[in-house]
Structures are given as C-alpha cells and as structure tokens.
Design a protein. Structure first.
Length: 135
C-alpha cells in the first residue's frame, strides 16, 4: 500500500518554496517509486512558452490532479515507475531539450531543471543510497 499525504501535509506543501517541494518530490518518489504528471493517450503534457518546453511532475496522483487547469482539459493524472522515468523518459527529454518543472502548486511554479540535471541528482541519490530528507 502506497503512502498518501494527509490533508495537513497537502496544505503545508502549498506554503513550501520550490526548492523545498523539489526535495519533497525526490524523497517521496524514491519511497513510492512512482512519478506523476498530466497525460493522455498521446503521452505527457508538454507545456510551451516562448522558447522553452517543459513537463510538470509530482510525487502523488493527488498533486497532479489538484494542479490540472481548464487549459489542460483532456489530460489526467498519469504515472510511470521511477525506473521508467529515469532511464527511459529523462534521456528522451534530454535529447529533446525538455525541461522538468518539479512540483508546481496552484500559485507557484515548481523548481525548473534540465532533464540532465534531474537525471544526475536522482542517479547520485541512488548511488549514495540517500533517499530521505535530512532533519
């Protein structure tokens, strides 16, 4: 059975900085071994603005579902295993220069990283065995 965040935890997440939410994302995705985004039959939603393209990701279905807006009609919370995300999707995103928006919330963007940077962070966590937040 997977961990589900409490209402208090969900409320607290809205108040965290983008950096804090990124650390939460890294910890929780390593615990659950899942990554969530918004997707449809064609794949995950790629957002575009000016010369940037990015995909938003969250640790839980509830986070992705809460973030969904009217502009994203036709997209629903969708998950892949952490392994598939790291070793299959991130290399494609690196090649296509798609950024990763880690854990945006209602009024704030998430932590925007290149797919290569996120790959390196997760690989380092796996190599060192450090899956949990300190403190």
């Amino acid at each position: 059975m997977h961990y589900k965040p409490t209402e208090t935890e969900l409320s607290d997440l809205q108040k965290m900085s983008a950096e804090q939410r990124m650390m939460y994302f890294l910890t929780r995705t390593n615990e659950t071994e899942e990554v969530w985004s918004l997707g449809n039959d064609d794949g995950w939603l790629i957002n575009e603005s000016d010369d940037q393209r990015w995909i938003s990701v969250w640790p839980y279905e509830v986070n992705a579902s809460q973030y969904k807006t009217v502009d994203q009609e036709g997209y629903d919370a969708d998950t892949v295993s952490l392994e598939h995300f790291v070793y299959t999707l991130l290399p494609v995103m690196i090649e296509q220069e798609i950024l990763i928006d880690i854990f945006p919330v209602e009024q704030q963007s998430g932590k925007l990283l290149t797919a290569a940077d996120l790959f390196e962070i997760i690989e380092q966590m796996i190599d060192t065995g450090q899956y949990f937040l300190e403190g």
